[in-house]
Write a protein that binds this ligand. Structure first.
Ligand SMILES: *[C@@H]1O[C@H](CO)[C@@H](O)[C@H](O)[C@H]1NC(C)=O
Ligand SMILES: *[C@@H]1O[C@H](CO)[C@@H](O)[C@H](O)[C@H]1NC(C)=O
Ligand SMILES: *[C@@H]1O[C@H](CO)[C@@H](O)[C@H](O)[C@H]1NC(C)=O
Length: 362
């Protein structure tokens, strides 16, 4: 009898086409994961991946603490992003799958955009489920095969993968419709076009051009974890964080984004409020476990950590991962951020922005 069941399960595993979703470092289905690709750090000669600019930290629901991975993000094993994207390679024009890649800097090319959505991501669904991978890596991923681009070794990068049911695809489309994404891959089989009409408009490059200019949506993963996503259009002309996310989350926030100024691209200042207890402070320094520390100048990742500026009150445990920088031109770019309210994840983020840029007495 026991033998029969074992054979029966082997039969099931072999014959059930596993549905598309986020896959973890060992290639197993996982509800969500977060990765933090570390900057190229000379002071870590003991770790080849870190000193080579590919090392990364990782967490998922099975272990909600930062784990320093032995391999780099260029590896084809112990790499959740590799495992997840392998579902796409070989299936890029298969009519069983919807796939969509956007990045303001296209892979394997010198094409980039200075006015469409400042956002990078991959969406892939079959007829029952899928994933949305939100990340900060320029020129990634390639449509041809998995490779971690050399241009993204130097700086820190972050990403978040959500496993979603098919009924979330319309909401993903809705949020990305606000972005005006710079799209380089779009496979839209009839089944998906018929189920989610907005996908056809996205494919044509259409986007939200009249009010409202911002939108938020709750996402529930396959495993039932809630996330809240915020999107804005470029024409809105305001800051995603201090003008939108902070007020919606009703908390002060620290924001890590790209802070290299050039030409007319200037950093938006930290914004302080004395009585409403809602401030938006730019990150200045990152302090991670494993003795990994660096200035925000080394980091291209984009994330938000809520904090309490009232002594007696605990922080609202929000962390957000997303697309937009706190810089002048980014007021006029589309993009968004995906937030999670969860104590364990929050604890992993609470102190990593260890120094912030003070306000100019405003
Ligand atoms: C380090 O990264 C470079 C690309 O920047 C790559 O060519 C090289 O093989 C890597 N070295 C190691 C030891 O991983
Ligand atoms: C498309 O994907 C399905 C499901 O994985 C598979 O059965 C089929 O062989 C694929 N078709 C092609 C043309 O690759
Ligand atoms: C984008 O670049 C073009 C050409 O360099 C320039 O004319 C245009 O003003 C830029 N747009 C934005 C939004 O910066």
């Amino acid at each position: 009898m026991q033998r029969f069941f074992i054979l029966f399960f082997i039969f099931l595993i072999k014959n059930s086409q596993q549905s598309v979703q986020c896959l973890d470092n060992s290639g197993k289905p996982v509800d969500w994961y977060i990765f933090y690709k570390l900057p190229h750090l000379w002071d870590h000669p003991e770790s080849v991946p870190i000193s080579n600019g590919t090392g990364f930290l990782y967490m998922d629901p099975n272990q909600k603490t930062w784990k320093l991975m032995e391999n780099g993000m260029d590896a084809q094993q112990n790499n959740a992003v590799y495992s997840t994207l392998e579902q796409y390679y070989g299936n890029s024009d298969n009519s069983s799958y919807f796939s969509y890649m956007y990045n303001d800097e296209w892979p394997d090319s010198t094409i980039w955009s200075n006015n469409s959505g400042h956002a990078k991501g991959v969406v892939m669904f079959d007829k029952s489920s899928g994933f949305w991978l939100i990340h900060s890596i320029p020129k990634f991923p390639s449509v041809v095969e998995f490779r971690y681009p050399s241009n993204a070794h130097w700086y820190g990068q972050m990403g978040l993968c959500l496993s979603l049911g098919f009924n979330s695809l319309a909401d993903v489309a809705q949020q990305l419709f606000f972005y005006n994404t710079f799209t380089y891959q779009f496979n839209l089989p009839d089944y998906f076009a018929n189920s989610v009409p907005l996908l056809t408009r996205l494919q044509k490059g259409d986007y939200q051009q009249s009010p409202p200019y911002t939108n938020s949506k709750i996402f529930k993963t396959l495993g039932g974890q809630s996330f809240r996503h915020f999107a804005k259009t470029g024409s809105w002309g305001k800051d995603l964080y201090s003008d939108y996310v902070m007020g919606e989350l009703r908390t002060s926030i620290k924001v890590e984004t790209w802070d290299h100024e050039s030409g007319t691209e200037t950093n938006l200042p930290s914004v302080c409020s004395q009585n409403a207890h809602m401030s938006t402070l730019n990150a200045a320094y990152i302090r991670l476990p494993f003795n990994i520390n660096y200035k925000t100048y080394e980091d291209h990742s984009k994330f938000v950590v809520a904090f309490s500026d009232q002594n007696r009150l605990p922080a609202v445990p929000y962390v957000c991962i997303g697309d937009i920088n706190r810089q002048s031109h980014q007021l006029h770019r589309g993009g968004g951020t995906m937030c999670i309210y969860e104590q364990d994840i929050y604890q992993q983020y609470a102190n990593i922005i260890s120094e912030t840029v003070p306000c100019n007495n405003n």
